[in-house]
Design a protein around this ligand. Structure first.
Ligand code: ZN
Length: 144
């Protein structure tokens, strides 16, 4: 399947447009994905990843639903198995972009629409769409 890149502004985005974390955006940007991931961890795990470990430590992870084995960044694994289960992983005070990013981190980056994100985050779908479809791309969150 080939997709022709088009300028985002020409795409009509709706509440049902699917978004995901575009890791290509991260690799092309000069931003540090691992630093950002680290900031999504709980305090305990954040202290474990001091930032000296520039290289991703990859661990085999078995998807409990599909039994599919995947190489996962150890930090993401901690996040899925521990940090995301803490009560403060996503709260009403979590910024919208961070909150959406955190959802995609734990759902294996399965695309979701603003409407679906709104349900999971208990926020306003229009605000989510507006934030994610603006000219500025936040943390690689883009339409699929
Ligand atoms: Zn943790």
């Amino acid at each position: 399947m080939t997709t022709t890149p088009r300028p985002t502004r020409l795409i009509r985005l709706t509440l049902d447009t699917l978004f995901h974390i575009d890791y290509d955006w991260w690799s092309k940007s000069d931003r540090d994905l691992r630093m950002y991931l680290r900031s999504q961890l709980c305090a305990e795990h954040r202290a474990m990843y001091t930032g000296d470990d520039r290289e991703a430590e990859e661990i085999d992870w078995v998807n409990p639903e599909t039994a599919e084995v995947k190489r996962l960044d150890g930090m993401v694994l901690q996040l899925r198995t521990h940090c995301s289960r803490q009560p403060d992983y996503i709260t009403e005070h979590t910024g919208l972009v961070d909150a959406a990013f955190r959802i995609f981190l734990i759902n294996d980056n399965q695309p979701l629409s603003a409407r679906q994100l709104a349900e999971q985050l208990n926020r306003d779908p229009e605000t989510i769409l507006k934030t994610l479809s603006g000219r500025q791309i936040y943390q690689g969150l883009r339409p699929v």
